[in-house]
Design a protein around this ligand. Structure first.
Ligand code: ADE
Length: 276
């Protein structure tokens, strides 16, 4: 998969690209990433990319043309590598571009604007975005962006929460990180993503590591028993307990027979404890 970020601040992403899981995914060629600066597409010799809003108002807005051209450039770069692939050996190009997927299909691409007015970002959305061949994340800055970007360039706008940040860079990192870990092979052999909170619509059970005893608090015996079936049962129950306590909204869905049975046990145990 290819993730392109369009941002006025490419240096923001240096640490992100060099952090363990993303770095490993890039090295393993599961993922390739790049940042393109709209300033490189400025129509002005001073590299200007912002201007005052029509109709008045405070602050500056990012202009549409440099953003359109930056996005068009990452799209055509990816397309030319992809098309070259039909002429020569697909495997070679796949290798070069870190592509995974089936030969001779059309490019599946999603262009996303990061903005507080977008649809809320969820695990479900991360999983969906991870199915595209190319994901382009456009970061706004200053007081905003010429609305023609949202109207005519992007497929959708995504918000990472009901608050306003100074730019789309942190949201783009959040989205890129959540998407990258959904790509098969990125989390390595442990396959951790499938057990995470929100992969299944339940919160994760508590986890512990060494030491087994710390300041008088010990790790639950079952986790140290080596009995895999009991451990799985304990985790499922704790997961349901935690979800019921912290995110009861996640249980407002058709529950499995097993889940209903365990929830009944949890409720019975709680009322026993109350009557003690
Ligand atoms: N840009 C500024 N605030 C944002 C938010 N909450 N989500 C996504 N992009 C943003």
């Amino acid at each position: 998969m290819r993730i392109d970020i369009v941002s006025l601040f490419p240096e923001f992403f240096d640490a992100f690209f060099n952090h363990s899981i993303i770095k490993r995914a890039i090295e393993a060629e599961r993922l390739s990433m790049g940042v393109t600066n709209p300033r490189d597409f400025s129509h002005n010799k001073h590299g200007q990319v912002d201007d005052t809003p029509y109709g008045g108002g405070a602050g500056m807005l990012m202009m549409a043309p440099p953003i359109f051209e930056a996005v068009e450039s990452v799209i055509s770069t990816y397309e030319s590598k992809f098309n070259a692939f039909n002429l020569i050996d697909r495997a070679e190009v796949c290798d070069e571009m870190s592509l995974i997927g089936t030969p001779n299909k059309d490019i599946r691409r999603r262009v996303v604007f990061m903005g507080p007015t977008g649809t809320p970002f969820t695990q479900e959305k991360a999983r969906e975005l991870a199915t595209y061949d190319q994901l382009v994340l456009v970061c706004g800055h200053y007081e905003g962006v010429d609305y023609r970007v949202e109207e005519h360039l992007v497929d959708e706008t995504i918000s990472i929460g009901d608050y306003v940040l100074t730019g789309g860079e942190l949201p783009a990192m959040v989205v890129a990180d959540a998407v990258a870990r959904m790509i098969p092979g990125v989390l390595g052999a442990a396959g951790g993503a499938q057990e995470d909170s929100f992969y299944e619509p339940l919160l994760e059970a508590p986890q512990y590591t060494k030491p087994p005893e710390f300041r008088g608090w010990s790790v639950p015996d079952v986790l140290r028993s080596g009995h895999h079936k009991n451990i799985a049962a304990w985790r499922q129950k704790e997961s349901l307990k935690r979800t019921r306590l912290l995110r009861p909204d996640l249980l407002e869905r058709p529950l499995t027979k097993e889940e209903l049975k365990i929830l009944k046990e949890i409720v019975a145990e709680e009322s026993e404890q109350l009557s003690d």
